[in-house]
Design a protein around this ligand. Structure first.
Ligand SMILES: [Zn+2]
Length: 261
């Protein structure tokens, strides 16, 4: 089975390099403007639609000063996807900008890294360097879904669906997983937040929000290896250039999705 792989863009944040890169001052370069885009991903094969993450809840995002270009659920409808038709949501990690619309998919199975669920329901989740990255009620929702038997947990490297492999890498969030998809136009590695921005991979510069630096570097190595050994295209989770690099129309500010593979 192969999938049409789409990246859906729904949000933006204007920022600075010194805020996005870990210890940016260590590179001895002047600070500069840098921005982040917000994406989730859609896999389609025939009648099957699988989501990789669901984007943020627009209300949570506005409280946090993020620009919502289009509500993620509206973006999906623009692509002809009704929430009821989604059978599976691959949850790459539990940060608010990845699980903010899970409630719209009450019938879907959620595929969640075991370590991620354990961490965010555990004793360190409330500490000041971690807590701001999640919405407590969204974590509760995943926990309830797990109690109802709707969550399948993953560890290590697993084929989670035919043609879709999840690899837990850690680094950014304790259980962060990347998704390797057999696309109709080749293999796509949806890095999600294992890599936010292309420069992390291309210049070996870790992102500012991290749980474990060694694991973050190891994830970069794994993704570079997948690109080399399998000819896979690696798609970062927040780089504004994803659309440009995948044939998006630079002049069309309303473009919602690009085809990755
Ligand atoms: Zn994240």
């Amino acid at each position: 089975m192969t999938y049409d792989v789409l990246a859906v863009k729904y949000g933006m944040l204007a920022s600075h390099k010194s805020e996005l890169y870990y210890r940016y001052e260590s590179y001895g370069e002047p600070d500069g403007a840098a921005s982040m885009a917000y994406y989730f991903w859609v896999l389609r094969a025939g009648e099957t639609t699988i989501l990789v993450d669901t984007g943020f809840d627009p209300a949570a995002a506005s409280r946090r000063g993020r620009t919502c270009l289009i509500a993620p659920l509206d973006a999906l409808r623009d692509l002809g996807v009704e929430p009821e038709s989604v059978t599976t949501v691959v949850v790459t990690h539990l940060h608010y900008d990845h699980i903010g619309n899970l409630k719209a998919f009450p019938g879907a199975e959620l595929i969640v890294p075991a370590r991620e669920l354990e961490f965010w329901t555990g004793p360190f989740a409330g500490r000041p360097q971690f807590a701001p990255h999640v919405e407590a009620e969204e974590i509760d929702y995943v926990q309830r879904a797990a109690a109802e038997g709707r969550v399948r947990t993953t560890q290590g490297t697993e084929e989670i669906l035919e043609g879709v492999v999840a690899i837990s890498v850690g680094g950014h969030s304790p259980g962060q997983q990347v998704t390797v998809v057999e696309g109709t136009r080749g293999t796509a590695v949806l890095a999600s937040d294992a890599v936010h921005l292309y420069e992390e991979l291309e210049q070996d510069r870790p992102f500012a929000v991290m749980h474990d630096l060694e694991q973050m570097y190891a994830a970069y190595d794994l993704l570079n290896d997948l690109a080399r050994s399998r000819g896979a295209v690696v798609v970062p989770g927040h780089d504004p250039d994803v659309f440009l690099r995948h044939g998006g129309d630079e002049m069309d500010e309303n473009q919602v999705a690009v085809r990755i593979a």
